[in-house]
Design a protein around this ligand. Structure first.
Ligand SMILES: [Fe+2]
Length: 214
């Protein structure tokens, strides 16, 4: 298993969240990247004796794997869907949100309700069980995830995502988050799901992904 590198994100278009807040959050993300690389190295190199479901080094590493790897993936999706210059939904995704929630306002209300209720994450997902979009809620990286559902929008509501700028005022952070959603990226993710689902040809336009792999 080759080690993965942290992605580099462009925070310049994010308004209302300080660079200090974003940089410290990004540093935390890099810690998850380091940990998953360490865990994968140990899983590859070490010989494990007596794996069991009560306690064993193998079990601890596998638990750490799901926690750290989801920490990496969720933060990458979160940082990626912030910023840009289109902060209202449009296109296929807007039609789908109206179809599944009744209106964009209903979707936003449900997203905010989940954002106020979660202890970790809200993941707006396309669920293949019935092909609906829902706001799923996770209390930590490795708890609450729904299988066979693909993320379209990720919201981090851990205190570390907003305490520096907003103290304990989560509502203020949620208001700023909504204003900074990069709907270009969300539309791109949804269109990619449609493309794979209906075997459509690649999208005729390219949406710039706001990060580079170093
Ligand atoms: Fe976070």
């Amino acid at each position: 298993m080759n080690p993965i590198a942290p992605k580099i994100f462009d925070f310049k278009d994010i308004k209302g969240i300080s660079n200090n807040q974003l940089t410290q959050h990004y540093t935390l993300y890099k810690g998850y990247v380091e940990k998953i690389n360490l865990i994968w190295r140990k899983l590859k190199e070490e010989k494990f004796e007596n794996p069991n479901p009560t306690y064993s080094p193998y079990r601890c590493l596998k638990l750490g794997e799901s926690y750290a790897l989801n920490g990496v993936k969720l933060h990458e999706l979160y940082f990626e869907n912030l910023g840009g210059n289109i902060h209202t939904p449009y296109g296929n995704l807007l039609k789908k949100l109206i179809n599944d929630f009744g209106s964009y306002e209903n979707f936003k209300r449900d997203l905010l309700n989940a954002g106020k209720s979660a202890r970790g994450w809200v993941v707006t997902s396309y669920d293949f069980i019935d092909h609906k979009i829902r706001n799923y809620m996770c209390d930590s990286h490795d708890q609450g995830g729904i299988w066979n559902a693909l993320p379209i929008l990720v919201l981090d509501v851990y205190e570390h995502a907003y305490m520096i700028d907003f103290g304990i005022d989560r509502n203020k952070y949620l208001d700023i988050f909504i204003k900074n959603i990069n709907w270009n990226i969300c539309e791109y993710r949804y269109n990619e799901i449609l493309r794979h689902l209906y075997k459509q040809p690649p999208m005729p336009y390219t949406i710039p992904i706001p990060y580079m792999i170093p």
